[in-house]
Design a protein around this ligand. Sequence first.
Ligand code: ADP
Length: 437
Amino acid sequence: MTNYLLDQKKSDVLTQANVLSGYVSQYQSLSADTISYLLTQQHISTSSRVIMVDADAVITYDSIKEGSLVGKTMFKQIVLTALSGSDITVSEETIDGEMVVSAAVPITVDKTITGVILMQSSAESIGEYTSQMTRSILTLAIIVALVVALLAFLFSGIITKPIRNLTRSVVSMSEQDSEEKLDIVNGGEIGELVDSFNKLIDKIEMQEQKRQEFVSNASHELKTPLSSIKLIADSLIQTPDAPREMEVEFLNDMNVQVDRLARIIDKLLALTKMDDSGAVSRMEFSVMDISDLTARVVKALKPLAESKNIELEYKSDIGIFSRIEKDRLWEAFYNILDNSIKYTKPGGKVQMIVEREDNCAVVTISDTGIGIAEDEIYKIFDRFYRVDKARSRETGGTGLGLSIALTAVELHGGNIHVESVEGIGSRFKITIPITLK
Ligand code: ADP
C-alpha cells in the first residue's frame, strides 16, 4: 500500500513539475513572483518546494524564502539527470527521517535544455495514512477474531451437546446397565448417529427380552420332566412294599421322562451351538449332494410313517451339489419331515420333493395333516412354541424342532416358506442357495 501511494505521489509531483516546466519553457524567463503566482494557480501545496536551476545547475528560483538557495549550484544526481534530458522521480528520507518525493523535469526551449524544474514534496502523510490503516485493520482483525471465537464457542456448544449426551448415555449404559434413549436431533450426521444409537438400544432390549424368555421357557421345559421324575421317585420311596410290576412300571415312566430331558438338552445344545458365531466358524462345511442327505432322512423316518400307516412319497432330482454342514442340514430336514408325519393322522400322506431351481436346491415337504391356523404360522419357528402343548408333548415334541431347522437353513443362506390350511394340511418349502466355494 505504501509503495502504491508513493508511486501515486511521484506521478502527481512529476505532473506538476511538467506543467511548471511547460510554462517556463513557453515564457522563457519568469520572475519569482510570477512563478509563485503560478504555483498557487496550480494548487501546488505550500509544503512542496519548487527549485529552478539554469543550464549550469545554478539555482535561479527557490520557493522557500527562508534559507533560500538562489545563486547556489546544485549538483544533485536528480538535477544532473534532468539536465541530460530525462524526467526523473525519486523518493528519499531526509536527515530528519522525513520521507520526501522529488521530481526533476528539464526546461526545453527550441530543443535546448535551458534548465530544470525540481519539485520536492513531503510524503509524511503517506506514512501516517498507512500506519492509521494498519491500526484500523488490526483493531478490525481483533474484533473479528473475538466475534469468531465467541461464535465458535457458542456453536461448538450446540454441536457437541448431542455428542456429549451420547457419550453420557453410553457411559451410563456400560456402568449401570441402564438403557436410556436419546432425543432425536433434527437431521445431520449427529441426528443419524443418535438414531442408530437408539436402534441399537432397541435391539439390545429385544435381545435381552428374548434371552429372558428363552431362559424361562428352557427352565420350565426342563422342570416338567424333572417334577415327574421327582414324583415317581417319591412314590417309590413311600411304597417300600410295592409289587415288582409296579416298580417296573414306575421306573419305565421315569425312563420316558429321562429320555425327554435328554432330548430337550440335545436340542438346546444344537441351538446354542448355532447361536455361537465362534462355534459356527468351527463347523465343517463340505461339498455334498443334497439329495443324498434327503434320501437318508426319508430312510430314517420311513419306519415311523409305516408304524402310523402314513404313505411317505419321495421324489428327488439327483446331483444337487452344494457346500453344506451336513449334520445341521440333516437335522433341519429331519425335524420338518418328522413334524409332517407326527401331525398327520393315520391313513394320511406325506410327500418330500427335492428339485434344483436356478441356483437353489428346493426341498418341499407337504402333508395332509392337521394344518396350522393362519395366525399361528408366524409363531411356529419361535423357540418352545407349540400350537397344542399337550398334543405336542404326547408326540414327544419340544417346540424346538422348527427353530433349529430355521437356524440351520439360515446358516446356509436359505429360507423356509410355510403354507398351511387347518384340517387340510401343510407345505414347508425350504430353499437353499447352491454355493461351491
Ligand atoms: P415340536 O417339537 O412341538 O413339533 P416344532 O418346533 O417342530 O416343535 O414345531 C412347532 C409347532 O408347530 C408344533 O408344536 C406344531 O404345533 C406346529 N407344527 C409344526 N409342523 C407342523 C405340521 N407339519 N403340521 C401341523 N402343525 C405343525
